[in-house]
Design a protein around this ligand. Structure first.
Ligand code: NAP
Length: 284
C-alpha cells in the first residue's frame, strides 16, 4: 500500500514559512510582497481561482490587488493595465488569469508582463531560463510537485521519470525540472506508441493528461512514485488522471486528488511572488 503524499499539509507548512519570511522582510526592509491578479470576463471557474489567490495572499500577509475587466474589453486596455502594474513598485507579481477571451492574443498579453514580475513563469524569457536551468520562477504546478518530492525525500537523481502530457504549463516544465534534478526523463503524449509499456518503466510517473482514471494499475511498476496532476469531474465529483484505488496498491508513494498536487499550485505562486519581492528589495 502506497504512502499518501499529503499536499494539503505540505502546502500549509510552506505557507507558514512564507508568512514568517514576509513578516521579517517587511520589518527589516519595509517591503511587502504584492500580487496583482487580472481577470478578463466572467468565467465562474476563473473567478473561483482568483478568489482563492486573494485568500492565499491574505493568509501569508501579501498585498493583493484584483482587476476585473469585462469580456468585451479591448486587448489594448489589458496591455495598458499590465504596463501600469509593471511600473507599480508595490506590485511584485502580475498574473493574468487564463484563458483570456478569444479576441485577445494570450501570447502577446503574457509577453507584456515584465519577466521579473511574471510569477506564473509563462513568458518566453522565463521559459528560456527554465530550459537553461538559470531560473527564479517555475510554473507553479510543476514547482509544487518538486516541493512535494523534496518534502517526502524522493530524489529524482538517476531515476527513470515518465511524464504523460506535454503542455507548456505542466508537462514540459515538469520534464525539465526532473531533468535538472538528474532524472532520465521520457515525455509521452497523445501520439505516443506503447504508452503502457513506457509508463511501466517509470520510477516516477507524472500524469498530466486531463482524463479521469487514465492511468490504470497495469501501467504502473511495483513501487513507483505516482504523481497525479489531473483535475477531472466524474460521477463522484473531483478525480485525478490516475485510478487511485487500484494504483495505490502498487505504488510506493501516491498523490491523492483532491489534496495532492492541487493545494501546492497557489502556494508556489505565493513563493514566486515572495522571491520576486526579495529580488526587488536587493535592486535585482
Ligand atoms: P492539456 O494542455 O490539455 O494537455 C494534456 C496533455 O495530455 C497533452 O500533451 C496531450 O497530448 C496529452 N494526452 C491527451 N490524451 C492522451 C492520451 N490518450 N495518451 C497520452 N497523452 C495524452 O492539459 P494541462 O493543462 O497540462 O492539464 C492536465 C491536467 O492537469 C488537467 O486535468 C488539468 O485540469 C490539470 N491541472 C491541474 C493543476 C493543479 O493545480 N492540480 C494545474 C494545471 C492543470 P497532445 O499534446 O498530443 O495533445
Amino acid at each position: 500500500m502506497a504512502q499518501i503524499i499529503n499536499g494539503k499539509e505540505t502546502s500549509k507548512k510552506i505557507r507558514e514559512q512564507i508568512r514568517l519570511e514576509t513578516e521579517k522582510m517587511q520589518k527589516e526592509t519595509g517591503i511587502r510582497p504584492g500580487l496583482a491578479v487580472i481577470l478578463v470576463g466572467d468565467d465562474p471557474a476563473s473567478a473561483i481561482y482568483v478568489r482563492n489567490k486573494k485568500k492565499a495572499c491574505d493568509e501569508v500577509g501579501f498585498l493583493s490587488k484584483e482587476f476585473v475587466l469585462p469580456a468585451t474589453a479591448k486587448e489594448e486596455d489589458l496591455l495598458a493595465l499590465i504596463d501600469q502594474l509593471n511600473a507599480d513598485p508595490e506590485i511584485h507579481g502580475i498574473l493574468v488569469q487564463l484563458p483570456v477571451p478569444k479576441h485577445m492574443d494570450a501570447k502577446k498579453v503574457i509577453a507584456r508582463i515584465d519577466p521579473k514580475k511574471d510569477v506564473d513563469a509563462f513568458s518566453f524569457e522565463n521559459v528560456g531560463r527554465i530550459v537553461t536551468g538559470d531560473f527564479d520562477f517555475v510554473p507553479c504546478t510543476p514547482a509544487g510537485i518538486m516541493e512535494l518530492l523534496a518534502e517526502y525525500r524522493i530524489s529524482p537523481e538517476g531515476k527513470r521519470a515518465v511524464v504523460i502530457g506535454r503542455s507548456n504549463i505542466v508537462g514540459k516544465p515538469m520534464a525539465l525540472l526532473l531533468l535538472h534534478q538528474n532524472a532520465t526523463v521520457t515525455v509521452c503524449h497523445s501520439r505516443t506508441e506503447n504508452l503502457a509499456e513506457i509508463c511501466r518503466e517509470a520510477d516516477i510517473l507524472v500524469a498530466a493528461v486531463g482524463k479521469a482514471k487514465f492511468v490504470t494499475e497495469d501501467m504502473v511498476k511495483e513501487g513507483a512514485v505516482v504523481i497525479d496532476v489531473g483535475m477531472n469531474r466524474d460521477e463522484n465529483g473531483l478525480c485525478g488522471d490516475v485510478d487511485f484505488a487500484a494504483v495505490e496498491k502498487k505504488a510506493s508513494y501516491i498523490t491523492p486528488v483532491p489534496g495532492g498536487v492541487g493545494p501546492m499550485t497557489i502556494t508556489l505562486l505565493m513563493k514566486n511572488t515572495l522571491t520576486s519581492a526579495q529580488k526587488a528589495g536587493k535592486g535585482e
